[in-house]
Design a protein around this ligand. Structure first.
Ligand code: 4FV
Length: 251
């Protein structure tokens, strides 16, 4: 089953980068996933193809009209397998913070219909009637939801079987609660000495157990320093063993 995403957006070309380049582009070319864009402007009836208007109650900026958005979502739904259970996801700073576990579920599920707002936002009555989920890329304000949707689709598509050249790459993913849940370790490649700095000896040892231990300790050290919340989550999930705890106690 090819993973299908639909995006409701005033700027469909923004997604060309995702479907034409890199791992997501290759996966798209391999038919592992597909993307359909629906432009609300195509569902307007006035000569100016109006998709926004001034906010009731006054204030700066414009708000997206409900009707063009509703029609765009209805056409996207109608183009999908009936009742495939795909969520209608509005990208918004008020939404649930996106994380790796959601990317993994997105890759295994029926896909999604992403609604990319522009201007100050969208009319609340559209949200109440059509939106099933609100997701946020993070606590900052974008000029539109497109890049947030693209980032979330990219995070999901790279998890599809056959998307990565080396399936093992996924196993080293940071944050994946089903794996280590820790931050990734440092990586090195040629030359062995660069700017007077050598690659850590452990990585040159050819001793797989020593290399694995070194990488694990680097992940623990970095995670403890920068994301102690992830250490606690990994501990709660039973992802830390006695050797990990001994190492952390020595930090
Ligand atoms: C956003 C975020 C975001 C808010 C108003 C689009 C903008 C404008 N989306 N994560 N952060 N959206 O800033 O997802 O319509």
């Amino acid at each position: 089953m090819t993973l299908r995403f639909d995006v409701v957006t005033l700027f469909p070309p923004i997604f060309d980068g995702l479907t034409q380049h890199g791992i997501s582009g290759r996966a798209h070319a391999r038919g592992l996933w597909r993307l359909h864009a629906w432009n609300p402007r195509d569902y307007t009836t006035d000569a100016h193809r109006t998709v926004d208007d001034r906010p009731y109650g006054g204030g700066p900026g414009m708000v997206m009209l409900s009707a063009p958005l509703t029609l765009a979502v209805e056409h996207a739904r109608a183009a999908r397998t009936p009742d495939d259970g795909a969520p209608v996801v509005l990208l918004s700073p008020t939404g649930r913070r996106f994380e790796q576990g959601m990317a993994a579920r997105l890759a295994q599920g029926p896909g999604a219909i992403f609604v990319c707002g522009r201007y100050e936002g969208v009319d609340q009555r559209f949200i109440d009637a059509c939106v099933t989920d609100e997701w946020s890329l993070g606590d900052f304000v974008l000029s539109g939801g497109e890049l947030a949707a693209a980032a979330m689709m990219d995070a999901a598509v790279r998890l599809l079987p056959g998307a990565l050249n080396d399936e093992l790459s996924r196993v080293q993913d940071s944050f994946d609660p089903s794996l280590s849940g820790l931050l990734d370790c440092p990586h090195y490649t040629r030359p062995e000495v660069y700017a007077g700095k050598s690659v850590p000896a452990e990585l040159l040892s050819g001793h797989h157990a020593r290399i694995a231990r070194w990488r694990r300790e680097q992940s623990l050290r970095l995670t403890a320093a920068r994301r102690p919340d992830l250490i606690q989550a990994a501990r709660t999930a039973g992802l830390l063993d006695a050797a990990d705890e001994t190492f952390l106690a020595g930090l």
